[in-house]
Design a protein around this ligand. Structure first.
Ligand SMILES: [Zn+2]
Length: 167
């Protein structure tokens, strides 16, 4: 991979290293009047995109990166845009637009052939590309490597025919 290639690739050997969506799913919506209460849980679907963003908190720019699935990408960007608009309105501080990176997880077939569970996480810039969104969060299946061929299990050459017995 050349240095001009916009993609970066990370090797993943443990399942917990696979980025998961940080979006929030409400099972009970909070009170619309007070914004209090409610119950929910983190999405935890496999993240399809990474948002690199900056927030303005306490008078300083702080990084606010997030991993999201296709169902939570739009909501997260919306929230960020609204927050940036408020920062401009109240503090007159212009915030940089977020950058979006597409995350692609593939199986390292060579590693797998040697008995190592390994994946490659490829990051491609997707800030200007059209992204297909989903209504519900899903973790698409990771392509699995072809089954290992076991040499001992392969059938041997067919036994020579004995023409004598058939006479
Ligand atoms: Zn999600």
């Amino acid at each position: 991979m050349s240095s001009s290639d916009p993609r970066t690739r990370r090797v993943i050997t443990r399942a917990w290293q696979i980025p998961t969506c940080e979006g929030w799913i409400w099972s009970i919506e909070p009170d619309p009047e007070t914004g209090l209460g409610g119950a929910g849980h983190a999405c935890k679907a496999r993240a399809s995109h990474h948002i690199a963003a900056v927030r303005y908190t306490g008078g300083a720019h702080t990084p606010a990166d997030r991993d999201v699935c296709r169902a939570h990408l739009a909501a997260e960007l919306d929230h960020l845009r609204r927050e940036h608009a408020w920062t401009w309105r109240l503090q007159r501080v212009a915030m940089p637009a977020p950058t979006i990176t597409a995350l692609t997880l593939t199986v390292d077939v060579r590693g797998w052939a040697h008995g190592h569970k390994r994946w490659h996480l490829t990051e491609t810039d997707a800030t200007t590309t059209v992204i297909a969104l989903e209504l519900f969060s899903t973790s698409p299946p990771i392509p699995t490597p072809p089954p290992r061929r076991d040499r001992t299990a392969r059938p041997g050459a067919p036994a020579p025919q004995l023409a004598l017995f058939t006479l």
